[in-house]
Design a protein around this ligand. Structure first.
Ligand SMILES: NC(=O)c1ccc[n+]([C@@H]2O[C@H](COP(=O)([O-])OP(=O)(O)OC[C@H]3O[C@@H](n4cnc5c(N)ncnc54)[C@H](O)[C@@H]3O)[C@@H](O)[C@H]2O)c1
Length: 346
């Protein structure tokens, strides 16, 4: 099904059951440039052969100002102009950096996303946030600017490594915890292998999650309220990601476990939920335990850009499918980390 969503910063056309082969029906392929990473460029070499392509090294370490400089050089070599369309083909790293460079090159190019990871499909390609990392802080530099289109081609997932499936399912589980008890129950009935082998069920899940993200961003594109809910598991998750070099989804999985501990304390979340979440994360091959250095985690949290003066906004669950935003003091966060740490050792 194709549909469009009009956000304050632009209208996005979604092609949900699309195919890369139909790109020419969406854009003038003579005037587009594909940005991708070296993994995807290698696997899909023949698919990309007809296109002008910019290839950057894969991985979060390359989501930097240096890579922006390289992409800009390449765009200039190709004589990209204001009516050129940049197509970001890849996971969240590529859509983030692609959206950012397209937003600033000549004050804005047309651009579209073709996400190739589950995380990209359910999260990074939706919502208009883009950006790059600074050596002191992830995603420090960026804009909110919507792509013209997002094209879903599930065929790309055939080559996605298992670890990246898990990474993406962390975000799927996040939506279930936040908004969707039936989705949580459905996920409990299956596991990652089921969705890897069942395209129809997978597409349904991806569409459900993309809908949730669109709904939330539509209500609050600039993250002044409801969009903050999407940070469930991300506050401590980002700290774990930085300190322990974990993949994003793995860190978010652990962050959700911490948030559940805090939710029992501050939102009267039923004490059985952390265990249900733990089983669910394990079924999707995500970690549930991590040895952590609490003072170091607190140091990273203090750097968090979402920090108010004496507290940090935490996303907590009142029940599965319902979340609230609560400012937690340093002591309260520390206490949740201690509970998580004890659970990790028991
Ligand atoms: N803008 C947002 O709203 C938003 C939301 C969530 C995450 N993000 C960002 O997304 C990034 C993480 O995205 P990600 O998890 O997709 O990681 P990624 O883009 O780094 O991709 C992970 C790995 O999978 C490979 N890969 C991608 N698609 C493949 C395919 N189809 N076949 C084989 N290999 C493939 C990549 O080359 C890479 O090695 C982070 O930078 C994060 O900050 C942004």
């Amino acid at each position: 099904m194709n549909y469009s969503v009009s956000f304050p910063s632009g209208t996005v056309q979604y092609y949900t059951a699309g195919s890369f082969a139909t790109l020419h029906e969406i854009v003038d392929t003579d005037d587009c440039i594909v940005l991708t990473d070296n993994h995807i460029a290698t696997i899909y070499h023949s698919l990309l052969a007809p296109y002008r392509t910019i290839v950057i090294p894969a991985g979060e370490d390359h989501k930097t100002a240096e890579t922006i400089s390289y992409i800009t050089d390449e765009l200039l070599k190709y004589e990209a102009h204001r009516h050129t369309t940049l197509i970001a083909l890849g996971g969240g790293m590529i859509t983030d950096i692609g959206g950012y460079v397209a937003s600033i090159y000549m004050r804005g190019l047309h651009y579209g996303f073709i996400p190739t990871t589950i995380l990209g499909m359910v999260d990074a390609a939706i919502g208009g946030k883009n950006g790059i990392n600074h050596k002191l802080q992830k995603n420090l530099l960026g804009t909110i600017n919507q792509p013209q289109f997002v094209l879903y081609d599930a065929g790309f997932l055939q080559s996605l490594p298992l670890e990246e499936w898990s990474n993406g399912f962390a975000e799927v589980i996040k939506y279930a915890c936040l908004f969707d008890k039936p989705l949580f129950k459905e996920l409990e009935q299956h596991d990652i292998d089921y969705y890897r082998g069942n395209q129809t069920a997978l597409n349904k899940i991806i569409e459900t999650c993309a809908d949730w993200k669109n709904k939330i961003v539509l209500a609050d594109e600039r993250e002044t309220g409801a969009r903050k809910l999407l940070n469930f598991g991300h506050t401590t998750g980002h700290a774990f990601e930085t300190l322990y070099q974990l993949p994003h989804g793995y860190a978010v999985a652990l962050g959700m476990m911490v948030a559940c501990q805090a939710s029992i304390e501050h939102c009267m979340l039923d004490a059985s939920v952390p265990q249900r979440l733990q089983h669910l994360l394990q079924a999707y091959k995500l970690p549930v335990q991590q040895a952590i250095d609490i003072p170091k985690v607190m140091d990273v949290l203090r750097m968090d850009k979402k920090r108010n003066k004496s507290s940090i906004d935490f996303i907590l669950l009142t029940e599965i499918g319902n979340a609230v935003i609560k400012p937690l003091s340093t002591e309260e966060i520390q206490s949740a980390l201690v509970s998580f740490s004890h659970a990790s050792h028991s």
